[in-house]
Design a protein around this ligand. Structure first.
Ligand SMILES: [Zn+2]
Length: 186
């Protein structure tokens, strides 16, 4: 199990993404909703200037349920690129004005130090991000995220079964799927 702690002191360091951890970034408007949902078991970085929250998750932690992250990808960004750097507050920097740690009250530290369990974080963000809008649907052809403005309802025939599903217009054309008679977007 990977464990990581920030450097000692109250400084701030630029650190490379993808080396000790990957980064999950969400707008700070979700902060209160995540707390009220009872998800207070992990520390995260608050970046006031960018109005965002950053969770550090074990490297590759978001690989296990890629579609889960993709379907909220409009609201929540997963950063795994090694060419990226983020400002990481040292352990004693727990207040602004710049980037700082927000640790849950009475937090004894997690089993992974300052790393957050990615599946638990995804569950919390799936619920919290609903306030920003609905998640994407899965294109029936390419199985990538299909957002409202880039999808159409199509008629799918599999054997004797015919049903309505969603596809990107280009995917629908390539797969020769007929557009459904009337759009009933959820
Ligand atoms: Zn598609």
């Amino acid at each position: 199990m990977s464990i990581w702690f920030p450097p000692d002191g109250d400084g701030l360091s630029e650190m490379q993404v993808g080396r000790w951890w990957d980064v999950v970034q969400a707008p700070d408007t979700l902060s209160r909703r995540i707390r009220s949902a009872g998800f207070v078991c992990a520390a995260h970085i608050v970046c006031p200037a960018d109005a965002c929250l950053l969770w550090l998750v074990p490297c590759g932690g978001t690989d296990h349920y890629r579609w889960g992250w993709e379907r909220i990808g409009r609201y929540v960004t997963v950063r795994t690129g090694r060419h990226e750097h983020i400002p990481v507050p040292h352990v004693e920097r727990t207040g602004g004005p710049g980037p700082h740690w927000d640790c849950p009250d009475f937090w004894p530290g997690g089993p992974r130090g300052y790393l957050t369990d990615a599946p638990a974080l995804l569950t919390a963000l799936e619920v919290a991000s609903l306030v920003l809008g609905p998640p994407a649907l899965c294109c029936v052809v390419c199985e990538q995220a299909a957002w409202p403005e880039t999808r159409q309802q199509v008629v799918v025939s599999r054997g004797l079964t015919t049903y309505l599903d969603y596809a990107h217009p280009l995917c629908a054309r390539a797969a020769r799927l007929q557009e459904a008679p009337a759009e009933h977007d959820p």
